[in-house]
Design a protein around this ligand. Sequence first.
Ligand code: FE2
Ligand code: FE2
Length: 271
Amino acid sequence: MSGKIIFDNGKHQCIMFSDLVKGDGIQSNQFLILHSDEETVGAVIDPGGDLTYTPLTLALLKHTDIRHIRYVIGSHQDPDIIASLPRWLLHTQANIVISRLWERFLPHLNSAFTTDRLQEGYLKRLIALPDEGAVLPLGKTQLFALPAHFLHSEGNFQFYDPISKILFSGDMGASLLGDADVRVEDFDAHIPTMRGFHQRYMVSNKVTRFWADAVRQLDVEMIVPQHGKSFVGKAMINRFLDWIGNLPCGVDLLTQNDYDYAALINSAKVD
Ligand SMILES: [Fe+2]
Ligand SMILES: [Fe+2]
């Protein structure tokens, strides 16, 4: 529950929480980046929903004062990413960062009660990322919001930390089995834990290939997805990029038969 420090140079830390989801929710990783110069500033990435709000807050308090959190960042709009939005708005002063595609949908997560308590000021705390990406200042460093649209969400960002060289990849690279607290050791054995998810959730090979080619241009030491194990070191990262860049997925795999309404309706007919 206290989080695993995945990078620490004394002034800059990245911490992963991988065991906060209890019950039937999908295993999810949440992240904290802390940067200290004259002052300490932090960012939380993909905090999750109500399910993780309280345990995550308690875990964060072991590392920092909640008032240091400048950003609560959602890679996209899913419940396991940002459904806890009203709580962050109510209980912290953090800005909420999300694709501009989802900015106007997020207020639907707030109850009327929350909206009344927040009054109109809370919209000023939503930072809408433009499609082409953005630079988020974090003390004397910065985080890069990299466009990763359609991987899987239409308005989707990943976050690159140039100090740790970690790419926080959201659902890209997610795996659904095994211990999330450890790195991938055997890539071939890991494929079955990723394949079905990527083939159904990622939109097409066109975009997975664009993404893989773009990440090859970056200096990345670790790809850390929001579910499951991490890819550590250039060799393992390249195995993943080669695999996903060649994977048919999403609309590549669909045929007219996937929209065979007559077959479904006829199958229910009782003579
Ligand atoms: Fe998602
Ligand atoms: Fe997810």
